[in-house]
Design a binder for this molecule. Sequence first.
Ligand SMILES: [Ca+2]
Length: 223
Amino acid sequence: MKIRTLTVAAALTAGLGVTLAPAQALTPEPPSSTVATVDPASDVQRYSTHVPEPLPQYPAPNQTQGDITGSRLTHKSKTIRLRLRFAELDKVGYLHGYSIRFHGAKVDRSVVFAAYPGKRTPIDRVAYWRGDKPVLLGKFGNPRKCSGLKATISYKYDNVLVVIPRRCLGNPRWIEAGPRVSTRFAGANSSEVNYFDDAYSSGGKIGDKAPLGARAYTPSALD
Ligand SMILES: [Ca+2]
């Protein structure tokens, strides 16, 4: 009998553990205007653009350039700010390409820009990539006007700051960001080697959209 009691107690305890763990994991964070996250280092993926889809990709743990290590999304009354922190960000390679999806209840747009620290290649002349001047794109890639959109790259401090006026996103109550950074280097025999990293996942697939992070609410939504 004693053994049976213990067994039931053990089963209950185990059951509680199984039940509580997901519930605790799903407990939402209090709504906030700022969402700060950490992304693992050494989770950059290497991929090729020289073969048909799906693009093969491989972990590239030694690739530190463009390896996102943290992000901070801040929703202010007039602007939305996203700062990305990198393991290393230097003027090396052919191209650093930045793509940041901004998703809200009624909006799905992206900010794209490219830094050209090295040699330009034909793909860099894609119409909407105008150097390191950021461009806002609609859900289907159509350019949209957005006066006041800014991107600042600091190679000294290994970070990038994107500031977008809220009005360019329809003054959303909350916003989620999905950042992805790609870097391109010269490979052997005039080939190119590409890498990418997402801010909110370890690994990720080049053919998928970058994962979205947690919601950052505009201050008035928290009153
Ligand atoms: Ca990373």
